[in-house]
Design a protein around this ligand. Structure first.
Ligand SMILES: Nc1ncnc2c1ncn2[C@@H]1O[C@H](COP(=O)(O)OP(=O)(O)O)[C@@H](O)[C@H]1O
Ligand SMILES: [Mg+2]
Length: 130
C-alpha cells in the first residue's frame, strides 16, 4: 500500500505507543475494553460516538486498537482545519474516502457522489476533534 493510500487508514500497531516505544504492549484496561465495546455497538447501530478524556489517558490507542480488530478496511481517519465549512467537509470526505479523479465542482453533484459512496458501511474517525 502506498503512503497516499495508507494515510487515513487505521495506524499500524507499531504506532500505538508514543515514539514507537520498543517492546511496549497494549494492556487490556477497563477503559480500553469499554471503548471497544462502545465502538462495536456504535458500528452496529450506524451511530456516532464521542470518546473524550484528558490528554494521555489512552483514547487514541483504544480507538485505533479497537478499529484494527473491528473494522480495519472500513475505517477512514478524517482531519479538518479550524472552523471547516461545508465545502471543506465535502473535500475532506473526498480525499479520506480515496475517491478517484478530481472533486466535482458542483455541490449537488458532489453530495450525490458522497451519498452513493457512503451507502457502503464506513467508520469515519476524527481524532483531536476539538
Ligand atoms: N491500554 C493501554 N496499554 C498500554 N499502553 C497504553 C494504553 N493506553 C495508552 N497507553 C500509552 O499511553 C500513551 C498515550 O495514549 P494516547 O492514546 O495517545 O492518549 P490520548 O489519545 O488519550 O491523549 C500511548 O502512546 C501508549 O504508550
Ligand atoms: Mg489522542
Amino acid at each position: 500500500m502506498t503512503a497516499q493510500r495508507r494515510r487515513g487508514r487505521v495506524p499500524h500497531a507499531r504506532d500505538d505507543h508514543y515514539m514507537r516505544m520498543k517492546d511496549a504492549q497494549i494492556v487490556a484496561t477497563k477503559a480500553l475494553v469499554d471503548v471497544q465495546e462502545n465502538i462495536r455497538m456504535a458500528i452496529a447501530a450506524k451511530a456516532m460516538i464521542c470518546i473524550y478524556g484528558a490528554t494521555g489517558h489512552g483514547k487514541s490507542l483504544a480507538v485505533n486498537a479497537s478499529l484494527r480488530d473491528l473494522a480495519p478496511q472500513q475505517t477512514c481517519r478524517i482531519q479538518f482545519r479550524a472552523r471547516p465549512t461545508t465545502r471543506d467537509l465535502r473535500h475532506e470526505l473526498f480525499y479520506c474516502l480515496g475517491l478517484p479523479g478530481r472533486p466535482p465542482s458542483h455541490p449537488i453533484e458532489f453530495d450525490r457522489m458522497l451519498r452513493a459512496v457512503l451507502e457502503e458501511p464506513r467508520v469515519l474517525v476524527c481524532d483531536e476533534a476539538q
